[in-house]
Design a protein around this ligand. Structure first.
Ligand code: NDP
Ligand code: GDR
Length: 362
């Protein structure tokens, strides 16, 4: 049976259109691939930068002059509400995924106002633009808000949709605000809005200053003689780590339901940073204790100790389950970064400069 989303689509007789903020990020890149496979026309919002920031989607981006192009990029920024309105009006999407964010928890302690502006007020700007667009065009546009397990903060595990939020960083406070803006717009303006409360999800495309990727990058680089030590902060924190490719399916499934709702997305298993170290270094046949040193600069002013998600609702209502196990995820990341380091070593041997980027605060 067709869902109401598919019916609307069918009635219009067009390709379904999705608009994604944060399209150049880890999740954005997996979501683009997923939606293109589903037959969507996909529009992504990218930030103007002085260097290229489209690495993660370069492989799927087509020259807009070619025939049958289904991925389009638009310059925009969550700090610029007028630009967001303009993009919405020109794209006329069926679904909007708000993934854009200053998403680094530690950085948010150093840039709290900027983080709030992009994460909380940015979501509000997009909702405001959408509210006006929907009321003008009279169509139901479905909206996904990228919420986070960080919103639970110090709430004891397991965490589910009924667990009260207790955010522990400026990032998490901003995500709580974006969550409640979304609930409020759903209740006040009858908009189709879903909050996904996603627990940590990783991949070979994870930013290199998040702990899992920082570890797997270091493993490859140490193995290939490009780095000697790995400096980390709190090894006792526990996270519920899944694979990003699985999690974007849950985002999409939320928007295909007849009624909008909020869902936790998680694996239901939690491991410490120390366990991640043990497993990943063991795969490379290395003893992590020989290479890892603790540097206080990577500790956070307030830590989130223990996240463990209960995704029963997503399992029952959406039929969603994670496909990639923790072990497969660790293996995928270690193998990818071993190969990347091998390529870097080859470049270095050929006389190119190879730098370790951006780990100052990560
Ligand atoms: P990334 O940090 O990889 O990507 C963030 C994206 O947001 C990038 O495309 C970035 O652009 C873009 N962005 C940053 N600032 C702005 C801005 N001012 N205006 C428009 N776009 C901006 O994050 P993830 O892909 O990992 O996460 C996606 C979303 O899900 C984020 O909202 C994150 O907070 C949330 N989340 C992530 C989880 C995870 O474990 N990965 C878990 C729960 C929630 P650029 O490439 O130019 O920097
Ligand atoms: P997190 O991810 O804060 O959970 O936010 P991150 O990988 O940054 O930290 C996980 C845990 O590892 C500890 N840690 C370190 N973290 C980093 N980044 N660097 C280190 O050197 C280090 N050493 C120990 C941290 O203290 C923490 O406890 C991610 C982001 O993607 C958010 O946007 C998202 O909302 C949440 O996941 C769910």
């Amino acid at each position: 049976m067709l869902s109401s989303a598919e019916k609307t689509q069918g009635e219009r007789g067009l390709l379904k259109k999705a608009l994604i903020s944060g399209v150049t990020g880890q999740d954005g890149s997996y979501l683009v691939e997923f939606l293109l496979k589903k037959g969507y026309q996909v529009h992504g919002i990218i930030r103007r930068a002085s260097t290229f920031n489209t690495d993660r989607i370069d492989a799927i981006y087509q020259d807009p002059h070619e025939a049958d192009v289904r991925l389009f990029l638009h310059y925009g920024d969550l700090s610029d509400g007028t630009g967001l309105r303009r993009i919405l009006e020109s794209v006329q999407p069926d679904e909007v995924y708000n993934l854009g964010a200053q998403s680094h928890v530690k950085v948010s302690f150093e840039q709290p106002e900027y983080t709030a502006d992009v994460v909380a007020t940015g979501a509000l700007r997009l909702l405001e633009a959408l509210r006006d667009y929907v009321s003008l065009c009279g169509r139901k546009v479905r909206y996904y808000q990228a919420g986070s397990s960080e919103m639970y903060g110090s709430a004891p595990p397991p965490q589910n949709e009924a667990t009260p939020f207790h955010p522990r960083s400026p990032y998490a406070v901003a995500k709580v605000a974006a969550h409640w803006y979304s609930v409020n717009y759903r209740e006040s303006h009858a908009m189709f809005i879903c909050n996904g409360i996603l627990f940590n999800h990783e991949s070979p495309r994870r930013g290199e200053t998040f702990v899992t990727r920082k570890i797997t990058r270091a493993i490859g680089r140490i193995k290939h003689g490009l780095q000697e030590k790995l400096y980390l902060g709190n090894l006792d924190a526990k996270r519920d780590w899944g694979f990003a490719g699985d999690y974007v399916e849950a985002m999409w499934l939320m928007l295909q339901q007849d009624e909008p709702d909020d869902y936790v997305v998680a694996t239901g298993e939690s491991r410490s940073v120390r366990e991640f170290l043990e497993e990943s270094f063991a795969l490379a046949e290395m003893d992590w204790q020989q290479y890892v040193e603790i540097d206080p600069r990577y500790f956070r002013p307030a830590e989130v100790d223990y996240l463990l998600g209960d995704a029963s609702k997503a399992r029952e209502a959406l039929g969603w389950t994670p496909k990639v196990s923790f072990w497969e995820l660790v293996r995928m990341m270690v193998e990818h970064d071993m190969e990347l380091a091998r390529q870097e070593r080859t470049l270095k041997q050929a006389g190119h400069r190879v730098t370790l980027r951006g780990i100052a605060n990560g």
